[in-house]
Write a protein of this length. Structure first.
Length: 157
């Protein structure tokens, strides 16, 4: 392959990657005029910046470790784990604005992590993981989670 052809291939790949990133953002952006997400219940509620993606169902907002309420993704090293982590990193990238709504029924947390629903740029990450099939509902927590009646947690009913 000539160097001109190689340069052309590289440019095309860059354009495709950029287009995929734009499409992912557009697909995860709520429609204009959609109401801004608001916290429910009485537990902690705060806004901040995504500072780290741990895996598909765990991330840091303002350096506070958050475990997504009712959602489970494959563990690191298991089939689907990398895809779930990549999905979370795309839907909720480092630097994104996030709203964290702690689960009133699980304020004790889990392994030092707050249990919560996280909205990134207005998109419910918990729901997006389930809807995309990168995550499943942890039905054993349906009886305690304040979010068990949410439409995205239909497996609780």
């Amino acid at each position: 392959m000539t160097s001109a052809a190689m340069a052309y291939v590289i440019v095309v790949l860059i354009v495709l990657v950029a287009a995929a990133g734009i499409l992912a953002h557009v697909a995860n952006t709520p429609p204009a005029g959609s109401p801004a997400p608001q916290c429910k219940g009485t537990a902690a509620c705060f806004t901040g910046t995504v500072t780290h993606i741990v895996d598909g169902d765990t991330l840091d907002v303002n350096d506070q470790r958050i475990r997504l309420a009712l959602v489970n993704t494959p563990e690191v090293g298991r089939p689907g784990a990398a895809e779930a982590t990549d999905f979370t990193a795309t839907a909720c990238p480092i630097g994104a604005h996030a709203l964290v709504d702690e689960d009133d029924g699980q304020t004790g947390g889990s392994y030092g992590r707050m249990i919560a629903v996280v909205y990134c740029e207005g998109v419910n990450l918990n729901a997006a993981l389930v809807e995309s099939r990168h995550g499943v509902i942890l039905t054993e927590y349906c009886g305690v989670s304040e979010f068990a009646q949410e439409p995205w947690a239909a497996a609780c009913r």
